[in-house]
Design a protein around this ligand. Structure first.
Ligand code: ADP
Length: 437
């Protein structure tokens, strides 16, 4: 029914009842009594209206803590409508607060920085990534001009020129950021920052790797091409010289082959498509073979010893052969004649470890942290003379990473080096827990 009718019909009925009552009293008891009763009834009605008006104003003052009265007459309907409005409003507010909390949480988890600024670049809000990228603090800097907070000439130029259709590169606090301002809502602007420090570093490493690899391959190729040119220009070359040339060519060919094999190994070890398939590694057998290889490489120029006193482990035998083999071959190659090389497989409280100790040329401390970088060599010529590729310790690092093992290097120039491979206790092979790595 029409709400206006719903309001007026009961009101009209109540008024008619009062008039009818007053008329009846008038008829039986005379006008004075009738007017007195009618006035009293009207006053009663007014008092009731005032009472609910008062309750309404109290409720409006404290809608959260005061209960809405049940009401009377038209008040009942108005109060229940007010109650529904309030309930819907509360629900909307809760939903809004939940959305805001969700939005804030999503923003705080974003790896990219987001800064909201007004039309004159005053900071209104920013997420934690923006605080990290730009050195801002929302609590401290809110309401301050962003150009006073990010004092970088390139950033200021970007703002002055206002060419926001293009992002800019920002070098800030030892980070490289891609920053982009996006105007919105006519007056506000969002500054988005994306940290590219790590991807730039990887890209630089990739470029360096290609440059180094090309350089490493070019040297033996130049030597081989040189000898080939001599051979074709001088077909009647002395047989002894020809043999010497062939020997050198074959050495350079071997060098290229070693390099390509090491590069392929590294690529495979880094590939996510090539996960580690752990198996039982018979460390005793593995180290026996490595000892034989070390003796062959040393050709009796060193004393190489082996003690095995540790358990078998879980891992890839082939990868560990390559890692341990590289450490042992380094010990042979960087230890002068008559030196000693001790290999040991030991059990320690924190887990098993492989130790390679030599009394060779040693390494100065400033080089130690860089030894596992690709193509990093302390002494380039010595590495090449001994067929080194400069990739051995990089391979070791990757194999150990895949086995959750650690490489610890101790060395003293002129006295020798100790390379320790420390495995976690969880790497120990146990019959019953074969599947757990
Ligand atoms: P390389 O093929 O040049 O040996 P590696 O990556 O195996 O490359 O080793 C990097 C560098 O670490 C070597 O060039 C060498 O200078 C140094 N090095 C490695 N092992 C030893 C060692 N046992 N004694 C002295 N220097 C070593």
């Amino acid at each position: 029914m029409n709400p206006q009718l719903l309001f007026w019909i009961p009101a009209a009925l109540r008024m008619s009842l009062i008039l009818l009552g007053t008329g009846t009293v008038w008829f039986f008891l005379g006008p004075v009594v009738a007017l007195a009763i009618g006035l009293a009834a009207m006053c009663g009605l007014v008092v009731i209206q005032l009472h609910y008006l008062y309750r309404l104003s109290i409720w409006l003052d404290h809608p959260d803590s005061t209960k809405l009265p049940d009401g009377w007459g038209a008040w009942t309907d108005n109060f229940s409508r007010l109650y529904r409005l309030r309930r819907d409003d509360e629900k909307n507010r809760t939903e809004l607060a939940e959305w805001l909390a969700r939005f804030r949480q999503a923003m705080s988890l974003l790896p990219d920085g987001v800064v909201i600024m007004d039309d004159v670049l005053f900071l209104e809000w920013c997420n934690p990534a923006a605080e990290r990228h730009l050195g801002l603090s929302l609590d401290r800097d809110k309401g301050m001009r962003v150009t006073n907070l990010i004092r970088n000439p390139d950033f200021i130029d970007y703002i002055i020129l206002g060419r926001y259709e293009q992002p800019m590169t920002l070098a800030l606090r030892e980070r490289k950021l891609i920053a982009h301002i996006i105007p919105f809502e006519n007056r506000r602007q969002i500054l988005v920052t994306h940290d590219v420090t790590e991807s730039e570093r990887i890209e630089m490493m990739r470029r360096d790797f290609i440059a180094n690899a090309s350089h490493e391959l070019r040297t033996p190729l130049t030597v081989i091409n040189g000898f080939l040119e001599i051979a074709s220009a001088q077909p009647n070359l002395d047989a002894a010289i020809r043999v010497a040339h062939l020997k050198l060519m074959s050495e350079q060919g071997q060098r290229m082959q070693n390099l390509v094999e090491d590069m392929l190994s590294l690529t495979r070890l880094e590939s996510v498509d090539y996960p580690l398939r752990p198996e039982r590694v018979n460390v005793h057998n593995l180290l026996d073979q490595i000892l034989q290889e070390a003796n062959a490489l040393s050709a009796s120029r060193h004393t190489v010893s082996l003690t095995v006193d540790g358990p078998d482990i879980k891992g890839s035998t082939e990868e560990l052969r390559s890692a341990f083999g590289n450490l042992v071959s380094n010990a042979v190659r960087y230890t002068p004649e008559k030196g000693t090389i001790e290999l040991a497989w030991q059990e320690t409280a924190s887990g098993p470890q492989f130790v390679v100790r030599d009394n060779g040329i040693g390494i100065r401390p400033e080089h130690i942290s860089r030894l596992t970088e690709r193509f990093y060599r302390v002494d380039k010529s010595r590495s090449r003379e001994t067929q080194g590729t400069g990739l051995g310790l990089a391979i070791v690092k990757h194999v150990l990473l895949r086995h959750k093992a650690l490489l610890v290097i101790e060395s003293r120039p002129g006295q020798g080096s100790t390379f320790m491979v420390k495995f976690p206790q969880s790497a120990v092979y146990e019959e019953a827990r074969e599947d757990v790595f």
